[in-house]
Design a protein around this ligand. Structure first.
Ligand SMILES: [Zn+2]
Length: 67
């Protein structure tokens, strides 16, 4: 399960590159930051889902290394 404070979502693309979105608590919402492209977004609900969406849409990174 994700941590309640700082966490991250990592996915690999088809080339085996790892892409990481960090999830930081910021007041009542979470701030998402992508290591690869510097993308940032605030999310009040389901930040991990939004991180996954970004990884797929921006980096075609769909492989969960935890599986
Ligand atoms: Zn990105």
């Amino acid at each position: 399960m994700p941590s309640t404070t700082t966490s991250k979502v990592s996915r690999w693309d088809q080339h085996g590159r790892e892409h990481v979105v960090h999830v930081q608590k910021s007041g009542i919402q979470r701030m998402l930051t992508c290591d690869t492209c510097g993308w940032r977004k605030g999310a009040q609900f389901l930040p991990w889902l939004k991180a996954e969406e970004h990884l797929v849409e921006a980096h075609q990174a769909t492989v969960d290394p935890g599986v």
